[in-house]
Design a protein around this ligand. Sequence first.
Ligand code: NAG
Ligand code: NAG
Ligand code: NAG
Ligand code: NAG
Ligand code: NAG
Length: 508
Amino acid sequence: MCKMKESDHKSHYSHYWEMGFRFSDEEKVDKLKNSITVSRSRMKVWMTRAITTVLLWTCFVQLMALGELWRPKLFITWPSRCCHFDSPMALQSSSSSLPYKVFLPPKRVYKSNGYLMVSCNGGLNQMRAAICDMVAIARYLNLTLIVPNLDKTSFWDDPSDFEDIFDLDHFILSLRDQVRILRKLPPRLERRFESRMIYSLSPISWSNMSYYLNQILPLVQKYKVLHLNKTDARLSNNGLPIEVQKLRCRVNFNALKFTSQIEELGRKVVQMLRNKGPFLVLHLRYEMDMLAFSGCTRGCTNEEVDELTRMRYAYSWWKEKVIDSELKRKEGLCPLTPEETSLVLSALGVDRNVQIYIASGEIYGGERRMESLASAFPNLVRKETLLKPSDLRFFQNRSSQMAALDYLVSLESDIYVPTYDGNMAKVVEGHRRFLGFKKTVLLDRKLVVSLIDQYSNGLLGWDEFSSAMKEGHSDHNGSSKTRVVIPDRPKEEDYFYSNPHECLEAWE
Ligand SMILES: *[C@@H]1O[C@H](CO)[C@@H](O)[C@H](O)[C@H]1NC(C)=O
Ligand SMILES: *[C@@H]1O[C@H](CO)[C@@H](O)[C@H](O)[C@H]1NC(C)=O
Ligand SMILES: *[C@@H]1O[C@H](CO)[C@@H](O)[C@H](O)[C@H]1NC(C)=O
Ligand SMILES: *[C@@H]1O[C@H](CO)[C@@H](O)[C@H](O)[C@H]1NC(C)=O
Ligand SMILES: *[C@@H]1O[C@H](CO)[C@@H](O)[C@H](O)[C@H]1NC(C)=O
């Protein structure tokens, strides 16, 4: 089962691992040699040799274990407990210059039923999950997948293509034992696509594989190329074969690797934070689009409320237009405001001096809204304050690449606290579970706002407020649990990517 482990060792980590091993081993061997020369009688020599052998073997075993621990955890995607999937897939990305050996999985040979083109919609993490789904669909329908098109028209307005964010060669090559992926359609079909002569549709949301086999496959066979023009949440959370679930994980945790440029910058940020000690990532989802879309306007000025409302009406695909902000907040459906967040973190007992990295785009309301958080937690940092403008110049106006950087830092943090359960919060939660249940504080926002209101009205003193907050979240820590399944109400059940329990060791 553990083929992954071998190839993983041989490729990505071998140089770290071997260096660490040899160095310490030589040291130990020297010590042992000394002890041998000291001894006099042959018997003693023999005894010592026997003991040495045992000792060396013990050292070896210990070092093997240490080698596992020493591996830098995140950036090469596989945690040491590797073997969730049965194929050798470690490989070197073309963009990396490290001199380790390339291991490619063997190509899967199958008769293609046609081409699948997909246009992903939404922000980076919504697209990330969708890409995993589309690979799984293409694989189980025996299609040839064309590299997904990314959304360039969403609020985020990012012109990046797939290869500007993800390592494209790695994506194609690491999945070649599963599905054929091409950068482009063959020219004849590409011309048809350009003149809009290609059959396009949005698949029904939350469908299972039977839908794709019975409804979608015949269309691909008939038209040779099918274009799915929407990809968010098109595959159900549950009721899929285990191989499909595992493939979704494999794409998410292994095949989708950010470009080396993004990874290097991520590593740099994490290093800067680590040098100063532990850090918490606060995913403060308090950007303009979120507020306009959700209609949550607590703490905003009248002008801001008007601006947000105008924006909501301007985006035709945001269906809900008339929103009662206070009511929605009480139901726990609003992102926490920066002021609320500051109270929550203090009440949960987060150390005032801990480094807090704010993962987010531009905070709506700017400095004014950040005041209370900044005075409660003086060590607030963001990518813009840690890095020089020159480091970020390639990322200017590339919100998806900025989001990718935040994603990497979020994965590595000691504690991750999202203030809203949006796509990034969910996908990062799942990825952290996969990396071994790193602590994620999953806030119960209905409880949080009710406690905050009682505290603000003087119904609760600080101590009661704080202990109620702690108690309410003692088991909301991102630890192992089975995904909640609610037949026929996929939106209300746990999202596959927030807890892909089929792929987690603890669940197996
Ligand atoms: C896909 O190809 C495999 C053989 O590689 C075959 O067993 C399977 O039935 C095919 N499935 C579809 C939907 O074409
Ligand atoms: C997707 O294609 C269908 C059928 O052509 C069309 O009705 C729909 O508006 C398209 N959706 C998007 C988001 O482009
Ligand atoms: C797939 O979904 C359809 C309805 O869309 C349902 O009738 C069928 O039972 C589902 N199949 C599985 C295997 O869950
Ligand atoms: C980024 O966008 C802003 C306005 O949207 C524009 O003023 C600026 O020149 C852009 N910067 C780059 C580097 O493209
Ligand atoms: C996390 O929550 C689980 C229950 O979901 C609980 O058993 C466990 O003790 C908690 N762990 C920590 C470190 O608080």
